[in-house]
Design a protein around this ligand. Structure first.
Ligand SMILES: [Zn+2]
Ligand SMILES: [Zn+2]
Length: 367
């Protein structure tokens, strides 16, 4: 018998399985995976539930090649224990506690060799395509394990690591490795869902003055708790970008603006809140409505020499920076985890994300 090209001679496990666009995921018994020679199999202890799951479930991301097929197991923000190790895998053994960045690389292309495995030429996203079944399951396999699996320090809680998920990691990679945030810089975060709150927390830890913008007071209060110095409810002001600028020195605009939602409105508000030589960091991908395209004030960007950066997940080699900051309490992804649920509850949590009522990051920790 075969399972995603891997031979199977085992029992069954529970998993949350895709049934079709906007059809509730179903909890089903499926065959357990085994590790081929370059893989490990991880027993899931926790997995974050993410707006990206919702986007994929809605069929939003055909324009970037994410077209889930029936039978796919979702889940791309895992922490767990290695339970099986392929013959060629050198860096891991059974019992290791690990996490896995969602953008699985091949480890061999030019970008992987440059330490940028997150933009691998042959990247396969975990839990979005059938060839890489995800972690809303008792176990999941990881391709090219030596390149893609990240060993956890001894003292971290799997739920907090799942809270790192793609959101915290993408925000960290963006703010630490893509743009330049120096202490005292003004950083505006537009959109305070899971990734936005992560960006607020990280920018604060880096010593920035942080302005958080959202349309919901609950998200803004959470942003304040995580270190935002100023909060702006965009529904209370005529122009969110101008309201942001008003908080900065001589209303010049911010040094770094983050679009942490990925709709045309927040992307443009972020870019318009920048001062001269400011840097825009795009974390959110757009929805099906925008289809990957947003109109930008190009001439102003040119004349002000503003810069546009993308951040897409985080390469495995950058996780140690997060763990070192976690170990000294400088950052705490667990603060953004607001809810823990069982596998049986995952379909509803994803299905209800359309009403934008989730504050922070829900994590599944019961399989
Ligand atoms: Zn590669
Ligand atoms: Zn995610």
């Amino acid at each position: 018998m075969f399972y995603y090209g891997v031979s199977i001679d085992r029992g069954c496990m529970k998993a949350a399985v895709f049934q079709g666009v906007e059809e509730p995921l179903e909890i089903q018994d499926v065959e357990e995976p085994t590790a081929d020679e370059d893989q490990v199999v991880v027993e899931t202890e926790a997995c974050g539930i993410c707006r990206s799951d919702w986007h994929a479930w809605k069929g939003d991301w055909g324009h970037i090649g994410v077209v889930p097929t029936e039978g796919l197991i979702f889940g791309h923000e895992p922490a767990g224990r290695v339970v099986e190790v392929g013959d060629n895998v050198e860096r891991f053994r059974e019992g290791d506690m690990v996490t896995v960045p969602f953008n699985l690389s091949d480890g061999t292309c030019q970008h992987c060799r440059d330490g940028r495995g997150n933009i691998c030429d042959r990247m396969v996203p975990l839990g979005f395509l059938g060839m890489a079944p995800g972690a809303f399951a008792e176990r999941f396999p990881v391709r090219e394990a030596d390149h893609n699996v990240v060993k956890l320090p001894d003292d971290v809680d799997p739920v907090n690591v799942a809270g790192l998920g793609c959101r915290f990691a993408t925000a960290f990679h963006g703010l630490v490795s893509r743009v330049d945030v120096t202490p005292g810089d003004w950083v505006a975060v537009h959109g305070c869902g899971g990734v936005g709150l992560s960006a607020v927390h990280i920018a604060d830890a880096l010593g920035a003055n942080v302005i958080a913008v959202d349309i919901k007071d609950e998200q803004l209060w959470a942003a304040e708790e995580l270190g935002a110095d100023e909060i702006i409810n965009a529904t209370d002001v005529k122009d969110a970008a101008q309201a942001v600028k008003a908080h900065t020195d001589s209303s010049q605009g911010v040094d770094v603006a983050v679009d942490a939602l990925g709709v045309a409105e927040t992307c443009k508000a972020a870019i318009n809140s920048l001062g001269k030589a400011g840097q825009h960091l795009q974390i959110g991908l757009t929805t099906g409505e925008n289809d990957g395209n947003v109109e930008l004030p190009v001439d102003n960007m040119v004349m002000d020499e503003r810069e546009f950066y993308g951040s897409f997940g985080m390469p495995p080699n950058e996780y140690d920076q997060i763990f070192r900051m976690m170990s000294r309490g400088k950052i705490d992804p667990g603060q953004i985890v607001t809810e823990t649920v069982s596998l049986e509850e995952v379909p509803d949590v994803i299905g209800n994300m359309g009403n934008y009522e989730t504050v922070g990051i829900p994590v599944c920790n019961e399989f």
